[in-house]
Write a protein that binds this ligand. Structure first.
Ligand SMILES: NC(=O)c1ccc[n+]([C@@H]2O[C@H](COP(=O)([O-])OP(=O)(O)OC[C@H]3O[C@@H](n4cnc5c(N)ncnc54)[C@H](OP(=O)(O)O)[C@@H]3O)[C@@H](O)[C@H]2O)c1
Length: 247
C-alpha cells in the first residue's frame, strides 16, 4: 500500500488530507512537530509527501527547505506543496513566503505538484452563528471547501500524471454575504483596529500585523479564485456553502 507523509498532518488541513488518502486505500503518515528531530526517518518508505507549513510561519522558505532536504534523504519521490492562491502578492508577507517556498519546490530536483487554495469556507462559521469579518462583506472570493481540497490533494498525491502542475483551487465563487445567506447567518463587519484589540490581542506583533495586512488586502481586492481546476480535478461540481449542524 502507498504510504504518504503529511507534514502538518495533525492540523485541520492535514487531517482532512489523511482521511481522503485513507478513503483511497493509501496509508497516510501524519507528521507534526514531534517528528521534526528525525524528519527523514519519519518519511522513509513514503512514496510521496504533502507539505503543509504552519499558519503564518515566520520563515516558510526555510521550513519548506528543511522538508525538501529530508524528503530527498528519505528517498521520497514526489512532493505536493500546499501553497495559497495569489502567492506573489507583495502586500501579504505570508503569501510571499509561500511564493518563495514554491520556487524552492520547483527547483528541488524532486517531482512536484503545487496546490494554491483560496480562503477556506471553513474559516467562517457555517453553523448559523453570526459571521464577523474585518473587511467588507461584498469582497470577491473563491472559497475552497476543505473536503474538496483534501480530495484533490489525494488525487495528485497518488497520480504521477500531476507532476509539474500548479493548480489554483476554489470550490465556490462569491462573497461573505453569499455564504451568510446560504447558511442563514447574520453578519457583522468588525473594524480591523477593534479586531486587533480583541481577537488579535493574543497574537504576537508580527502575526497581528500580517493578518491586518491580509484584512486590508481583502477589503481592497478580496481573493478571487476560479473554480474550473477544482471542478475538473474532482470530476464533479464542487461543494457550495451549506449550513452544518452541530450534531
Ligand atoms: N485557512 C485558509 O484559508 C488557508 C488557505 C490557503 C492556504 N492555507 C495554508 O494552510 C496551512 C495551515 O493549515 P492548517 O489550518 O491545517 O493548520 P493547523 O490546523 O494550525 O495545523 C498546523 C500543523 O503544522 C504543525 N506545526 C505547527 N508548528 C510547527 C512547527 N514549528 N514545525 C513543524 N510543524 C509545525 C502542527 O503540528 P503539531 O500537531 O505538532 O502542532 C500541525 O500539524 C498554512 O500553510 C496556511 O497558509 C490556509
Amino acid at each position: 500500500m502507498t504510504r504518504v507523509g503529511i507534514l502538518g498532518g495533525t492540523g485541520k488541513t492535514g487531517r482532512a488530507v489523511a482521511r481522503a488518502l485513507a478513503a483511497r486505500g493509501a496509508v497516510p503518515v501524519p507528521l507534526g512537530r514531534a517528528q521534526w528531530p528525525d524528519l527523514s526517518g519519519a518519511l522513509r518508505g513514503c512514496a510521496a509527501a504533502y507539505l503543509i507549513a504552519p499558519n503564518l510561519h515566520p520563515d516558510e522558505p526555510a521550513h519548506v527547505s528543511a522538508i525538501l532536504a529530508a524528503a530527498r534523504a528519505a528517498g521520497v519521490g514526489r512532493v505536493v506543496h500546499h501553497s495559497v492562491a495569489a502567492p506573489y502578492a507583495p502586500d501579504l508577507p505570508h503569501h510571499l513566503g509561500k511564493a518563495r517556498a514554491e520556487d524552492l519546490v520547483r527547483r528541488s530536483g524532486l517531482a512536484w505538484t503545487i496546490l494554491q487554495p483560496g480562503a477556506y469556507l471553513q474559516n467562517l462559521p457555517l453553523d448559523g452563528s453570526t459571521i464577523v469579518v474585518p473587511y467588507r462583506l461584498d469582497a470577491p472570493f473563491g472559497f475552497a471547501h476543505l473536503d474538496d481540497l483534501a480530495e484533490v490533494a489525494a488525487t495528485v498525491l497518488l497520480d504521477e500524471a500531476h507532476a509539474g502542475a500548479t493548480y489554483e483551487l476554489a470550490s465556490w465563487r462569491g462573497d461573505v454575504s453569499g455564504v451568510a445567506a446560504a447558511v442563514g447567518a447574520a453578519t457583522e463587519v468588525l473594524d480591523p483596529e477593534e479586531w486587533a484589540r480583541t481577537d488579535g490581542a493574543g497574537l504576537d506583533e508580527r502575526q497581528r500585523s500580517w493578518l491586518l495586512a491580509m484584512f486590508a488586502y481583502y477589503e481592497a481586492h478580496g481573493l478571487p479564485v476560479g473554480t474550473v481546476p477544482m471542478t475538473t480535478l474532482l470530476g464533479r461540481t464542487p461543494t457550495a456553502p451549506a449550513r452544518v449542524s452541530d450534531r
